[in-house]
Write a new protein. Sequence first.
Length: 197
Amino acid sequence: MTARVMLVDDQELVLHGIASLIATDSTIDIVGTFTSGQACLDELSLGTHPDVILLDVNMPELRGPEVCKRIQEICDKPVIFLTTFNDNTVYRQNYDLRVAGLLSKNISKEKLIESIHKVAKGETLHSDLTSLTPNFLTPREAAIARDLMRGLTTKEIAQTQSLSPGTVRNYLSNLFGKLDVRNRSEALVKLSERGFL
């Protein structure tokens, strides 16, 4: 059975990389690739309804969960979230939104194609949620995250880590990017949700 697949990821290299990878399989028919959630929704509204939609969780403007809600309003086709790291918030959204599964972008081609066919047949991939690696931070980022959880200031973290305040700010910026947050308060919430100590 051929599975008709739609791909949505704001990073073109990732988008086309995944598309090129799975397009080599004769059982996969890619019916659309989009770099924004809105473009995907526009196409669905025109009547293009794939069997499965692979959707990036973290996108600018319309984020994955919001796009997923709108997809369900338009055609209620199954969605597989793609993510780069483990996130308990995404887990909760996964169940709340009735998403068919959550997969790491590091997944093998064979596993991805197998997952697509399972979902196309009406199955879910909830058992695969635990396959995501929690080791998304470098050792230094993890150490700084722990200091952040302890309530240390940038200056105090610099002293603890034997770094300059500027270097600590750079690490914090990288950390915020990986957590998809804008400031310390949001970072603390995300780290707590992940059970990070």
